[in-house]
Ligand binder design. Sequence first.
Ligand code: SF4
Ligand code: SF4
Length: 409
Amino acid sequence: MQTNLADFIRGTPDGDTADAILRKCVHCGFCTATCPTYQLLGDELDGPRGRIYLIKQFLEGAAVTEKTQRHLDRCLTCRSCETTCPSGVEYHRLVDIGRAVVAERVARPAGTRFLRFALREFLPRGWLFGPAYKLGQFFRPLLPPSLKAKVLPRQKSVATTRRNHPRKMLMLAGCVQPAMSPNINAATARVLDRLGIATIEAEGAGCCGAVRLHLDDHEGARDDARRNIDAWWPHIERGAEAVIVTASGCGAHVREYAHLLGHDRAYAAKAARVTLIARDIGEVIAAERTGLAALLEKSVPMERRKIAFHSPCTLQHGLKVRGAVEEILQAAGFELTPVADGHLCCGSAGTYSVLQPELSLRLRDNKLACLSAGAPAAIASANIGCIAHLGESAAVPVRHWIELLDEAM
Ligand code: SF4
Ligand code: SF4
């Protein structure tokens, strides 16, 4: 589509990115059919094509209103529209730019501002979130049901032997996952250890930056990326093969480091390298198929268990990893139940479940109905946000798939 960006953004890095994306969109509307919020609300402006049009209008100088903000806020950034789009429109980058412009021009009510500030400053700080979460787990039996559902029961910690191997990979600890589900990275380390790969959680690395980016703090998100790159770089120089991420939401964001820091002279080359070697754990295990098959052959066969796999949006639409985890689980002896509408978001979407609770709960109910249809004994997923969100009201346990693979081995 033709564009004529306004002076305030024309020629800036964001302006150039937005312009290139807008020009790719041919306004065909194919994406609308696979957008979860359009399906729920039936309003063109709550679908990708409508949102793209809104963004185009204000980047070309039209006024930004609360209505504009509302339609952009309702977007999950699930990127289902990108999977459907035949023209390769990178919608998530455009909506990030659009949201930053709207944030500067439309003031939110004080309560919402405080909530967004609290989420932005609290969640990414593991040293703050971890102890607070542990306190919540301790008092869990006394919490009101709504809050209790948000706090996962304390996980039994299983000892992890970390042997040294010539092959090494960095592993992102992240911000909330170590407190909510420490066994995910522990299980990853055990599985990779059996495959002859040592994992390193670099000191100083922390939140990937996605929380800050999605709450309009773009510079804060870049700082998070720079800090992680600084922590990882000495290990990368010493030969670490990959940066493994076990939460697909964080993995999709780490893949964006090259784009985020593309104009930062000091970090652009390093960020490009990190993007190149960033891997979801599903991609890492899929590449070790032969070693995995040999290990599974030696393991004690377990009772065949029916599970439903929920592929997070960040895994299938963000990282474009489709079918790999399902194949690994089947190879490990799990029976996967069919799941209808697998392309649709569960409603977790980072902080969306807190900021848009009504839509989020509708999406979760729909998702759980689809996941439960085959009567699985458990639900597996690949992102801590989805696991916690679905686990709040699922009738069966919701686990990270790597924990199931670890147990099967
Ligand atoms: S499918 Fe792609 S090209 Fe078509 S309207 Fe949607 S974003 Fe634009
Ligand atoms: S990212 Fe998801 S919710 Fe947002 S417009 Fe695209 S499909 Fe719809």
